[in-house]
Write a protein that binds this ligand. Structure first.
Ligand code: GRF
Length: 192
């Protein structure tokens, strides 16, 4: 019997380089399909990438955030198996995370639990790592629950922080590690 294609929705708020890495990785695969790219920002660069790949997009309305039932229905309507957060900056309502428990995954550009929590996203993470002269940083891929950066860890990969690096150098190094690992780790999760 032919196995069912796994359907992914990506949520992103920014440029979407992680979304791009995921789209390219699964491009030729019959068993996995990126069917929807969702954003909270109508100007997000990820929308152009979606268009180039011919993927449907959805911009969340205020109403969907007021009633998380509407948000749940938007995703359920597409029979989504896995929601992948790739630089998605808005907190996901608790009803949504409970409904899709163990079916939402996030990537954090630092080693949790230390460099995480409210306000610790993007460059804030890298600035904190440099300010603390931490010997290493890296990525954490984890399930999403109703607290920031809190769900169970699926995968971590550490890199050494060079002593002459500024936050922007660290950001560049970590982003390369994100692109290399996020698609592969998602692939592994989809196979379990
Ligand atoms: C990545 O570092 C991601 O981990 C973080 O925001 C950045 C987004 O980059 N949360 P992009 O939009 O995927 O290019």
């Amino acid at each position: 019997m032919k196995k069912k294609t796994k359907r992914i929705a990506i949520f992103a708020s920014g440029g979407g380089s992680n979304a791009e890495a995921i789209l390219q990785y699964f491009d030729q695969r019959q068993d996995v399909a990126i069917v929807l790219i969702c954003t909270n920002k109508s100007t997000a660069g990820v929308l152009d990438r979606a268009e180039r790949h011919g993927i449907a997009t959805h911009i969340f309305s205020k109403a969907e955030y007021t009633s998380s039932q509407a948000l749940i229905e938007t995703i359920e309507a597409q029979a989504i198996d896995l929601v992948v957060l790739a630089g998605y900056l808005k907190l996901i309502p608790a009803d949504f995370t409970r409904h899709f428990s163990k079916r939402i995954i996030n990537i954090h550009p630092g080693l949790l639990p230390e460099f995480g929590g409210k306000g610790m996203y993007g460059m804030h993470v890298h600035e904190a790592v440099i300010a603390q002269q931490a010997p290493c940083s890296g990525i954490t891929i984890h399930y999403v629950d109703d607290e920031y950066d809190h769900g169970a860890t699926i995968f971590q990969h550490a890199i050494p922080v060079q002593s002459d690096w500024a936050a922007k150098d660290l950001a560049k190094a970590v982003l390369a590690v994100e692109h290399a690992w996020y698609p592969r780790v998602l692939d592994g999760v989809l196979k379990t």
